[in-house]
Design a protein around this ligand. Structure first.
Ligand code: 2NL
Length: 362
């Protein structure tokens, strides 16, 4: 057996390791050098044919090659792994300088905003919200409210009457023409004192520049043993000051008539219209904003409340109307055209809920 060229073997193996292009190639270089049938293992087996002197020096040299190759494999492995990681990082890099994708944010409809404001103001005065069905019966919408048979609201022309499947003539359901039936239901089911508002959708068969078949109302009702017209005036003054965000809004109570209140009044606010812009506060003109009065004794009776023991006030207003006044929206019909540009312009940022503490309007 001839002497082994240890140096040649070393450089051959180190060359195989350093030229391994990936981890798989490196692993076959490792097996080829250090494995059971590898070149170093084979050279070790060949030591037996050498003289004792040569066996010792060559054996030591082979062990040194083995260590050097193992070390080179570890280093090459670390390099290949680092390169692979680097390549992955390059290909998956996030470009944080890219502009944000355009994203459209929804807005609150002015009706929702106005309702939230109204609920916040009356809520602070101790009135709570009640709701009821949009489809009502004749009793809750008309009879309990002392609305006589010949009243225009009872005519087909003004009210949406519903029919049942069989065309039964006694089927007396209507789309509620005001939210008063909510208050009727509350008087029937709760004991005085009663302090509530009823905001919601209402329906009348009417369509022109100032009327839509569906619109919104809020009504208020306060019933206790000693409620007077003075309480009504104070309550509405406080509401108007808070809603229009003006101290001491000038108010005018004009005698009027509703079947469900006695006495009744319509309420105007003092305003001016200099240069086409409506100003509330310093005034040379009046603008009607709501109707009110002391609940008619017959209404209390219909609702199971003794008018000898209790009395109260009530009021009602159109939400579209007071929203148009506060937010300068000129045309009622645009409220329900679902025009996204209109909503972007007149809408409100969601989640900035109206509250007296934070200022009503964002
Ligand atoms: C208006 C006038 C008003 C009421 C609504 C009412 C409700 C009950 C009893 C008595 Cl249960 N009254 N509501 C009272 C006066 C006026 O609304 O012009 N609304 C837009």
């Amino acid at each position: 057996m001839t002497a082994i060229d240890v140096e040649a073997l070393k450089s051959e193996l180190l060359e195989e390791v350093s030229s391994a292009a990936d981890l798989a190639a490196l692993d076959s270089a490792r097996v080829g050098a250090l494995g059971k049938k590898g070149k170093i293992t084979a050279a070790m087996k060949g030591l037996g044919g050498l003289s004792p002197e040569e066996r010792k020096t060559t054996g030591q040299a082979l062990n040194a090659v083995k260590d050097a190759v193992a070390e080179a494999i570890d280093a090459r492995k670390a390099d290949l792994e680092a390169a692979a990681l680097q390549q992955q990082l390059e290909s998956e890099r996030l470009d944080v300088s890219l502009p944000v994708r355009p994203e459209s944010r929804g807005k609150l409809h002015p009706i929702s905003q106005t309702m939230d404001e109204i609920v916040a103001i009356f809520g602070a005065m101790g009135l709570s919200v009640r709701e009821g069905p949009n489809i009502e019966d004749d009793f809750h919408n008309f009879t309990a409210l002392n609305i006589p048979a010949e009243h225009p609201a009872r005519q087909m022309m003004d009210t949406f009457y519903l029919q049942d499947e069989n065309g039964n003539p006694d089927f007396e359901k209507v789309l509620r023409t005001h939210t008063s039936p909510v208050q009727v239901r509350t008087m029937q089911s709760e004991e005085p004192p009663i302090r509530i508002i009823a905001p919601g959708r209402t329906y009348r068969s009417d369509y022109d520049a100032t009327h839509t078949p569906m619109f919104h109302q809020v009504e208020g009702l306060v019933i206790d043993k000693h409620i007077t017209f003075g309480h009504l005036k104070g309550c509405l003054q406080e509401f108007c000051d808070a809603y229009f965000e003006v101290e001491n809004v000038p108010l005018r109570f004009r005698p009027s008539y509703f079947p469900f209140t006695e006495p009744s009044a319509e309420v105007d606010i003092g305003c001016s219209r200099e240069g086409g812009e409506l100003k509330i506060g310093h005034y040379d003109d009046w603008l009607e904003i709501l109707g009110c009065g002391m609940v008619h004794p017959k209404v209390l009776q219909h609702c199971g409340i003794d008018p000898e023991e209790y009395q109260g006030f009530a009021f009602g207003m159109g939400i579209e109307r007071i929203a148009m006044l506060k937010y300068g929206i000129p045309d009622l019909r645009t409220f329900y055209e679902a025009d996204i540009r209109w909503l972007k312009h007149y809408g409100f940022v969601p989640l900035e809920v109206a509250s007296l503490e934070r200022g009503l309007t964002p």
